[in-house]
Design a binder for this molecule. Structure first.
Ligand SMILES: *Cc1c(COP(=O)(O)O)cnc(C)c1O
Length: 339
């Protein structure tokens, strides 16, 4: 019952992706509370599996896991050195000349890395900025020089090769470990691997790592089951009306648990019991979802919305979004079990 998170599956996915990265070290991205699955549980498990390089978005996320990891684990902060931030024990990835000079002034011997922009125009130094501070930055001994791919989930997208070429041009010949690939980049092949890869979503069972072991099972308790006569309606707005004598189960989860109303967009969302499934009907409300179990005699006490048959990407597709968003939206109300 509730949200079951398969830690050995996360460890196995890390090992598979690490093997795909060949001789590059594999780090682990645990930002946004390890994509909603609980960084306090996930990060130590990935350390145990062999990861030593962790990536978070914000310094506060890094501070939260720092005491849980041994000293040889590095925690990189993707947002870099933001004003007023306590970065003790963390490695900011400096994104601008302003961040670089701030960091060097405030933490002259502090560990740091550099993030370069190679075309995504989101974070990182642009080529001209890098050229201007490069000598000084390299003299200060960065731990990592990295960039990020915008289109790695589309292997044929021209931006991949263009960003790779830009990264090479900005970093070839430097004696600092380099990193370009997240999950999608790992799957693009060796040219993209450099010295360190940064898988995130693939660890948690999401695309584009389609061979990932499923990580999340979410089963929702049935609160009650009722008979609904033809012509009767169900839920807010009476948006579903029975056309036959029906059995409708009401399960305990809703948009307050991250199961957004948009998941009803194409009417394809289903709940599962083993290999049987039934359609979700009506509107998703704050705490409740209704399911047409007419064709599922003896429905069990709980029905699954996420499992090996209907993973985070399948649910995401129902709502026109991506598995990342389904994961990071998973609610806090479910009882959580870690395998
Ligand atoms: C989120 C993120 C990652 C991980 O990406 P996935 O697609 O989840 O593997 C890696 N690097 C950076 C800079 C990121 O922002």
């Amino acid at each position: 019952m509730g949200l079951v998170i398969d830690i050995p599956a996360i460890q196995a996915n890390w090992k598979t992706l690490a093997a795909r990265a060949g001789s590059a070290r594999a780090g682990a991205v645990v930002k946004a509370d390890a994509y909603g699955l609980g960084a306090a549980r996930v990060a130590p498990a990935l350390y145990q599996a062999g990861a030593r390089d962790f990536f978070v978005a914000l310094a506060a996320e890094g501070r939260a896991i720092r005491p849980l990891l041994a000293e040889d684990a590095r925690i990189f902060v993707l947002s870099g050195h933001m004003e007023g931030e306590d970065l003790q024990g963390l490695v900011p990835l400096l994104n601008s000349p302003e961040q670089f000079f701030r960091d060097r002034a405030l933490r002259p011997r502090g560990a740091f890395g550099i993030q370069l922009d190679t075309g995504m125009n989101r974070l990182g130094l642009e080529a001209g900025e890098w050229a201007a501070i490069r000598a000084e930055a390299l003299a200060a001994g960065p731990q990592l020089v990295m960039s990020h791919l915008a289109c790695a989930d589309e292997p044929d997208h021209a931006a991949n090769a263009a960003q790779l070429a830009a990264f090479r041009q900005m970093t070839d010949g430097i004696a600092v470990p380099r990193s370009l690939a997240a999950t999608g980049g790992i799957l693009l092949g060796r040219d993209y691997h450099f010295d360190l890869v940064r898988p995130g979503v693939g660890l948690y069972g999401g695309e584009p790592f389609i061979e990932a072991r499923p990580v999340v099972t979410l089963s929702l308790p049935v609160v009650q089951i009722r008979d609904v006569r033809p012509g009767e309606s169900v839920g807010y707005g009476y948006s579903w009306t029975a056309t036959r004598p029906s059995r409708v189960a009401t399960v305990a989860a809703g948009y307050a648990d991250g199961l957004t109303r948009a998941l009803m967009r194409d009417g394809k969302l289903r709940l599962w019991a083993g290999d049987r499934s039934c359609p979700v009907i009506g509107r998703i409300s704050m705490d409740l979802i209704t399911v047409d179990v007419t064709d599922m005699p003896d429905p069990p006490a709980a029905l699954e919305i996420l499992n090996a048959r209907q993973g985070v990407d399948a649910v995401a597709a129902c709502g026109g979004t991506i598995g990342y968003e389904v994961l990071t939206s998973l609610g806090r109300r479910y009882p959580r079990t870690y395998l």
